[in-house]
Design a protein around this ligand. Structure first.
Ligand code: NOJ
Length: 549
């Protein structure tokens, strides 16, 4: 039977719960706060929520270190508050996606505690190795967050593998018992009524046999060996066959370092094991490989990333579209301009919201929140940021290192959502768990609700247009002038409807040309970010969307 792929018509919103909204005044974002804001999300045009982890966790990686997969952390309101949100979302026709983090657990998870003591059946739940005969680490892999990927455990007398922080030991997915645990987790949430999962670094879960040294990659050693590992498709097929196929749910694969051809092995609608993929190329137009290695912003690189996914997936698989999430600094501060804040915030929205795929909006993106620039490195919370400050670019001065973090830290996108110009940006009546960006008196939801010309109202309008116009959801995609270093221009077409999107990424006026067959005079301007568009050129960060029907 043909699956009803309802996610194709939807727009999702990502909630990073600690910083969304505090409903009980203890300073921490929570599910009471989410419940209070469901109507806000509905008014934005949101059809589904992806929750970053809500499970009990020691918080070494802000919840991506899970201590219990079948519960909700009391600090977010526990299971009762979650069920209320789930119900409230469903009542409004919104879907709810959980974050499935099964590459690793917290070291405080009961499985790890038993595994380190060799208590059966947990002995082989994780990846344990003795030191090499010469006393060296079991292999030369790096972790993504904190130096080498191995830490010695005194209790067990062996090293365990952790591709992320020390407190995030990797599960041994080759153990069938571990795969059964994953299936139990999936069933648990699906039976409760959850509508799907975003699967954290899911391409990492199958490690190569023998865990060989990486002799090629100069940084993030090991990644080419464990990313898309030998049994990955087998394990994902097993999850699909045994669980996912039995529910009406959607899955979203987070995949660092993946190209569209390879993505099809995961998300091809006929042969794949999952539905959509979070790729990183669209985040690499101003850096090399990771945000921590900044380069000058290069629009052509961004356009290549957008278009290669649009073209390669056409007719075979479905794109997940995003500009921001909790792992990257704010997009206006990167690809746009803080000086042309409002213009570039809107332009960046149009640059992705009219592409083919399912868009995700990250909390605060819809009001154009900007990077946070703390005065001191101690103010950072994120484990990766702290490690980078201490260990990378140590030849630079402390000021230079701090400024690098302003640009690259994940914490730039993790400050509380700015709801109003009241104390603490209206995020909490208590003491916020984290710093509030001091620009909240200028950038906040309440102010933008009042302003018809705000970034928030632009998002609302763009989302409404997406839903109204079939061409945005189902038309074919074509990029124009791919070599132009200032303008991103793309069109969407289907019989009877044609759409053209123009986005200037320049901080100065640029001349305007339109692709053949698109005559502005006969088209209807349905969305733009400057009053009275001029015929000759585009102003800084100008965007226009034209429709012919
Ligand atoms: C990807 C998540 O998005 C990120 O926040 C997390 O730190 C790592 N995976 C490890 O779980």
């Amino acid at each position: 039977m043909e699956r009803n792929r309802w996610y194709k018509d939807m727009v999702f919103y990502q909630i990073w719960p600690r910083s969304f909204y505090d409903g009980n005044g203890d300073g921490m974002g929570d599910l009471y706060g989410v419940y209070d804001k469901l109507d806000y999300l509905q008014q934005l045009g949101i059809d589904g929520i992806w929750f970053s982890p809500l499970y009990p966790s020691p918080g070494a990686d802000c919840g991506y270190d899970i201590a219990d997969y079948m519960d909700i952390d009391a600090m977010y309101g526990g299971m009762e508050a979650f069920k209320k949100v789930l119900h409230g979302a469903h009542e409004r026709g919104m879907k709810v996606l959980m974050d499935l983090v099964v590459n690793h657990t917290s070291d405080e998870h009961e499985w790890f505690q038993k595994s380190r003591q060799r208590i059966e059946p947990y002995t082989d739940y994780y990846i344990w190795r003795p030191a090499r005969p010469d006393g060296k680490l079991p292999n030369n892999w790096d972790s993504n967050f904190e130096g080498k990927a191995w830490t010695f455990d005194e209790v067990r007398g062996e090293y365990y593998l952790h591709l992320f922080a020390k407190k995030q030991p990797d599960l041994n997915m080759d153990n069938p018992l571990v795969r059964e645990e994953v299936k139990k987790i999936l069933r648990f949430w699906l039976d409760m009524g959850v509508d799907g999962f975003r699967e954290d670094v899911i391409t990492y879960i199958s490690k190569p046999e023998g865990l060989p040294d990486d002799r090629l990659f100069p940084i993030y050693k090991g990644m080419p060996l464990y990313n898309h590992g030998p049994h990955i498709h087998e394990y994902l097929s097993e999850f699909k066959r045994d669980v996912l196929d039995h529910y009406d749910c959607v899955t979203l694969a987070e995949a660092p370092l993946v190209w569209p051809d390879q993505a099809l092995k995961y998300i091809d609608e006929e042969k794949g094991q999952m539905d959509m993929m979070i790729q990183f190329q669209c985040q690499c137009a101003d850096c090399f490989f990771s945000d921590y290695m900044p380069t000058k912003f290069d629009l052509r690189k961004l356009k290549r990333a957008f278009s290669s996914w649009q073209y390669k997936l056409e007719g075979k698989a479905w794109n997940m579209l995003y500009m921001e999430n909790h792992d990257h600094p704010r997009i206006i501060s990167r690809y746009g301009s803080e000086k042309f804040w409002k213009e570039s915030g809107k332009m960046l929205a149009a640059a992705y919201l009219f592409q083919k795929g399912t868009p995700f909006v990250y909390q605060g993106q819809e009001i154009g929140m900007l990077n946070w620039k703390p005065e001191s490195p101690e103010m950072y919370e994120d484990v990766q940021t702290r490690w980078q400050y201490e260990n990378a670019a140590t030849n630079k001065t402390p000021e230079q290192r701090l400024q690098r973090l302003w640009r690259s830290s994940r914490d730039s996108a993790r400050t509380p959502v700015q709801w109003s110009d009241a104390e603490n940006a209206g995020f909490t009546t208590g003491t916020p768990w984290f710093y509030v960006n001091p620009n909240y008196p200028q950038i906040n939801v309440a102010q933008q609700e009042q302003d018809p010309d705000s970034i928030l109202n632009f998002y609302r309008k763009a989302i409404r247009l997406r839903k109204k116009l079939a061409v945005v959801r189902y038309g074919s995609y074509q990029e124009h002038f791919p070599l132009d270093g200032n303008i991103y221009c793309y069109s969407r077409q289907m019989p009877g409807q044609k759409l053209l999107v123009l986005c200037s990424f320049a901080d100065h006026p640029v001349s305007l040309r339109l692709p053949k067959g698109f005559d502005a005079a006969s088209g209807k301007l349905i969305l733009n970010n400057y009053a009275r568009p001029c015929r000759k050129g585009l102003r800084p960060y100008e965007t226009r969307v034209y429709l012919w029907e």
